[in-house]
Design a protein around this ligand. Structure first.
Ligand code: AMP
Length: 399
């Protein structure tokens, strides 16, 4: 096995996604998903060399899940415990005010990530479990935490501050942190490469539209605004999350529907967005329902697009003009209707989508605006795993 590979681990509360990546070439040696950790019906799916092996097995905790993954690596010719993995890169959701660059993990860093759990109760504890499990299995390999919030650390004060009591905000760490930072950073960098222009010379708007969705505005390569806030709940309409709403709705529901904190959490994080409005969170399902004439699905789509346009307008004005608008992630990369509808009727702002380019079956980074349009409209596949692998390799190279 080549000696310069990075294992990338994205550990959720009941699942672990992983990839073994060559950070230089971007080649993926193997990848997999461990699901339903600590629940009935545990399973692993491991892919390497074009082959997929699956197994259904009880997986009590994250260490057992990673042990299983390591066994699959060994069975398929990649012994991770032998020399070859130079670093492990972990996706960590919330870095708070503390972490704003990829960080080599030690006991203090691990404790600090755990301490930030109040800001990300669903994510940070799971990230910590994943790091602990890998530390046990690969004790001599450096572990690097790569934070989803880090890219947005330097947001301007006016963009990151909520208009609430300043003391309350300070005491409780309430500010806009932003998420999907690894993707926004990677994609905006690829845009500059694609256009052959320095990132520092470009104003960009990047729509990351997956099951979670966010949009960022960048001036000269640095973010000046982003739609997610204290948590990944704010902003665009998502698969199961509401995005923006009047905070008075929460008070109203607590008073009239007697929802407690868990009820509100469930409603807004899991039972809202496309699923709440149309009963499905997957965009392909939504399109199918619209095709069948389902009015709720149509309305959900219209709300989704309306929210995209509202942010687009705000960010155009904030930037004072834009050089490139880019779509990425599952919906952004694969759904031409969303791209066309989000940017419809904006030719007076130099923004247009060429219908043939927009619907072309092409999975690479590409331009979908007419060649003579003032604003470049692009589709750029995101690759958070590669970005994490590169960040981890860069940190360990300096140790
Ligand atoms: P992500 O979170 O980036 O994996 O994106 C998940 C979302 O992308 C889901 O709503 C999917 O329905 C959507 N998606 C993924 N692949 C496609 C595709 N080929 N066509 C349309 N939507 C897709």
């Amino acid at each position: 096995m080549d000696g310069n590979l990075v294992l990338v681990v994205n550990s959720g509360s009941s699942s672990i996604k992983y990839q073994l990546v060559d950070p230089a070439s971007g080649a993926v040696e193997a990848a997999g998903l461990v699901e339903r950790i600590g629940e009935a019906g545990g399973a692993i799916e491991h892919r390497t060399d074009g082959r997929t092996v699956s197994e259904q097995v009880s997986i009590p905790d994250h260490t057992a899940g990673l042990r299983l993954a390591f066994a699959k690596f060994a069975e398929t010719g990649h012994d991770l415990t032998a020399a070859g993995v130079t670093a492990v890169g972990h996706r960590v959701v919330h870095g708070g005010e503390v972490f704003y660059r990829p960080t080599l993990v030690d006991a203090g860093v691990l404790a600090a990530i755990e301490d930030l759990s109040a800001l990300a109760p669903l994510h940070n504890p799971a990230n910590v479990r994943g790091i602990e499990a890998v530390c046990t299995l690969l004790p001599n390999v450096p572990q690097v935490a790569v934070f989803d919030t880090a890219f947005f650390h330097g947001l301007p004060d006016a963009a990151k501050t909520y208009a609430i009591d300043a003391k309350v905000a300070e005491t409780h760490g309430i500010r806009r942190y932003g998420f999907h930072g690894t993707s926004h950073e990677y994609v905006s960098g690829r845009v500059a490469e694609f256009l052959g222009r320095p990132a520092g010379s470009l104003n960009q708007i990047v729509f990351h539209l997956g099951n979670g969705a966010s949009v960022s505005a960048l001036r000269g390569g640095r973010p000046v605004d982003t739609s997610m806030g204290l948590t990944p709940l704010e902003g665009l309409v998502m698969g199961t999350r509401s995005g923006d709403l009047d905070p008075g709705i929460i008070l109203h529901l607590m008073r009239t529907a007697h929802l407690d904190v868990n009820g509100v959490d469930r409603l807004l994080n899991r039972g809202s967005g496309l699923r709440g409005m149309a009963g499905v969170n997957d965009f392909r399902e939504l399109r199918r329902l619209i095709g069948e004439g389902d009015d709720n699905a149509r309305l959900a789509y219209d709300v989704y697009v309306h929210r995209l346009r509202r942010y687009l307008g705000a960010y155009l004005i904030e930037l004072g003009g834009v050089d490139a608008i880019t779509f990425t992630a599952g919906v952004g990369e694969n759904n031409p209707d969303v791209r066309a509808d989000a940017l419809a009727g904006l030719s007076r702002f130099g923004i247009a989508v060429d219908p043939d380019r927009n619907t072309a079956k092409d999975r690479s980074a590409r331009r979908i605006s007419p060649l003579d349009a003032e604003v470049e409209v692009l589709v750029v596949p995101t690759n958070e795993e590669l970005a994490i692998a590169r960040a981890a390799a860069a940190v360990t190279a300096t140790v």
